[in-house]
Design a binder for this molecule. Sequence first.
Ligand SMILES: N[C@@H](CCC(=O)N[C@@H](CS)C(=O)NCC(=O)O)C(=O)O
Length: 340
Amino acid sequence: MAPPLPVLYSFRRCPYAIRARLVLAAAGLEPGVDLELREVHLGRKPPELLEASSAATVPALVLPADAGADPQGSDRVLPDSLAVMAWALERHDPGDLRRTEAAARERARIAALIEENDGAFKHHLDRFKYAHRHPGDDGEQHRRDALAILRGWSASLETGGWLVGGRPSLADVALLPFVRQFRLADPEGFDRQEDLAPLQDWLQRFLQGAELAAVMAGPWAPRRPWRSQQWIYHLALAEEWQEAKARGVYERSTRGRSLQEVGFIHASGSHQVEATYGRFYADAPEVLLLTIDPRRLGAPLRWEPAPESGECFPHIHGPLPLEAVLAAEPFPPPPAGAPC
Ligand SMILES: N[C@@H](CCC(=O)N[C@@H](CS)C(=O)NCC(=O)O)C(=O)O
C-alpha cells in the first residue's frame, strides 16, 4: 500500500493558505501527487483539522508519522503558513527564496517585511476590508494606515523588480496574497494611487502569472468533513441534539428510542452512515451527523452484531458526553457550493 500523503488543510482564497500553496508549488510539491489538498469550510471545520491543530486555522499541514523510522510515531502538524513554507523550502528551494547564500541583511529584510505584513498591515487590512466586524473602528483611517505601509514597500521596488535583492524571494510570495486582498476590497481606489505605481506593477505581474493561477485551480476535495475510520458516527434529530446541548449530555439511542429504553446508543462506522440514514432517518425533518471521538467516551464502546443482519455496529454503553462530539453537521451535507 502506498504510504499516506501529507494533508494540507486549505481555503482557496485565504491569503495565508495561498502563500503556503505557492511555496509548496515552488518546492515542487504537487497536490494530488505529493500531498492531499483539502478545502475547508471555515464555518464547519472538519474534525480531523480540529483534532490536529489547536489553532484550527488554515493552512495546516499534517505530515504522516514515518512508520519506518518510528512505528509508535504520531503525525506531525505544521499549524500555520510560516511553518508550512519553512518546511517546504527546507526540502527544496530551487529559486533560493530564503536567500540562504545571500548576505544576512537580505534574510533580515525578508523577515522584517513578513513581520510587518502579518502584523501591522494585516491589522489595518482586516479593519478596512471587514469594517462591519469592527464597529467603532474608523475603517477609512485603517485604509490610510495600510496605504502608508504599501507606500513604503512600493518605494523599495524598482519597476519590474522584487522586494529584496532583484529577484523573487519569500517576502514577495508571503506578501503578495495580502496586497491582492487589499486591492480586491476596492480595486479602483487601489489602481488610482499614482504613487503606488511600482507596487501596482509588482502585483499585476503576480495576478497575471501562472503561479497564482495554478494554486487557485484544483484539484480540490469537496468541502465537507472527511470520514475517518478512527471516528464513529451517530445520526441525531437536530431537535434532540439541541436539547442535549442544553442539558450537557446526549441520551438518545436511535430515532424514537432513548438510551434508557435500549441500554446503549446506536452508532455507525465510517462506512455505515449512508445505509443507517436510508433505513431509519431518510424521512426525518432535520438530521445531524455527529462525529464522535471514541477516546473521549466515558462509557464502554463495543462493536456488536445487529440481530437481523449480523453486521457489527459500534454501540456506546452509556451517555454520550458532549465533549466526545467533534462535529455536528447537517446530513446529508448541503451541496458543495463553488469556493468563494
Ligand atoms: N497565522 C496563521 C493565520 C491563519 C489564518 O488566520 N487563517 C484564517 C483564514 S484566512 C483561518 O483559518 N480562520 C479561521 C479561524 O480563525 O477560525 C498562518 O500564518 O497560517
